[in-house]
Design a protein around this ligand. Structure first.
Ligand code: DCM
Ligand code: DCM
Ligand code: ZN
Ligand code: ZN
Length: 302
């Protein structure tokens, strides 16, 4: 997502944190991030172009080698064989955010990465390899040329906020919180939390990887890694829940994202009105899941 999508995920999560999770979030993020997951949510995008954090750029997505819109799937071994993807990133920072042997700065970074990646994994084009996650598909939105990835990250969100939410991310986030607490999302929340184990390892998915340890090491050394302890991917056990979330987002690539009409303006067509409910549900759901994830880690239950 773009900045607005990420901020909305964080602001929504703030409304559902249990006491210990809230207290950790506030003290860890501090005044630098307004003690808020909403303000902190864009940090991972802000730093990924800096030399010191270039290694983290590939952690924002998983390139699922499926074939939308006819066939959609995500496989940890097929699609994250290098160990550098959003699935392993969430596993890595889930462990690190509660690791008391780490410094306050390391745990703050783990929190900021989780805040961001639990948002990105809900963006269908962050769980898709085709056309580089849609970046190579040129489309038009309200007369402006863009690409399918950017349309989903921000193009349609900008248009939605301008039409319905006074161009304000907090107005939008508050509206989604109300829908979760007492509106149409309320009946969905228990299914949103059908996966909450922060420790259950991902089950074998039937794909076998042909990568060797040598391949991994070569990929690893080619990267400009400044802080190897931040990654140490070989020690990460992939988790089941991020895989469940990724498969759910990836299914939208087959049901809607790649079924766009050629030659029409996607933001003034049925494509926009059909996509908006998906965007709003994915943002609300990932905000709610971010809170539940931190609640399990810091308070022992959702
Ligand atoms: N992206 C993605 N999948 C890829 C490559 C990039 O989801 N295989 C995302 C990351 C950014 C956006 O696309 O949100 C643009 O990427 P970049 O800034 O690397 O061009
Ligand atoms: N599945 C998988 N890897 C996972 C989770 C599920 O390959 N980590 C597959 C196995 C089944 C299907 O998804 O074909 C449904 O699994 P289940 O009914 O166990 O959730
Ligand atoms: Zn993106
Ligand atoms: Zn991102």
């Amino acid at each position: 997502w773009g900045a607005i999508g990420h901020e909305a995920v964080g602001f929504i999560a703030m409304e559902f944190l249990a006491p210990n999770a809230l207290s950790f979030v506030r003290s860890s993020l501090g005044s630098e991030f307004d003690q808020s997951l909403g303000t902190g949510a864009t940090w991972a995008d802000d730093v990924k172009s800096e030399a010191a954090f270039r290694w983290s750029a590939d952690l924002h997505f998983v390139d699922a080698e499926d074939n939308p819109p006819s066939s959609c799937s995500v496989s940890e071994s097929r699609d994250c064989g290098s160990g550098f993807c959003i699935l392993t990133a969430i596993a890595n920072y889930t462990t690190r955010v509660v690791q008391t042997s780490l410094s306050a700065t390391q745990r703050q970074q783990a929190l900021l990465f989780l805040d961001h990646f639990i948002g990105d994994i809900g963006q269908p084009l962050h769980v898709e390899a085709d056309a580089v996650g849609g970046n190579d598909i040129d489309v038009t939105c309200a007369g402006s040329r863009t690409n399918l990835h950017s349309l989903w990250d921000s193009g349609m969100i900008n248009r939605l906020l301008s039409a319905n939410y006074r161009n304000s991310v907090t107005v939008w986030a508050d509206a989604l919180v109300t829908r979760i607490q007492s509106g149409d999302f309320r009946s969905l929340t228990s299914s949103w939390l059908s996966c909450t184990s922060t420790t259950e390892p991902a089950r074998r998915d039937g794909f076998t990887t042909t990568r060797t340890i040598e391949d991994d090491l070569r990929g690893f050394l080619n990267r400009n890694v400044s802080d190897v302890s931040e990654i140490s991917s070989r020690a990460i056990t992939p988790l089941e829940c991020p895989l469940v979330w990724a498969r759910e987002s990836n299914a939208f690539d087959c049901s809607i994202v790649f079924s766009y009409p050629s030659f029409s303006d996607l933001c003034t067509s049925a494509y926009f009105t059909n996509s908006v409910p998906v965007i709003e549900e994915q943002i609300a759901k990932q905000g709610y899941r971010l809170a539940a994830w931190l609640n399990v880690l810091f308070d022992g239950s959702t």
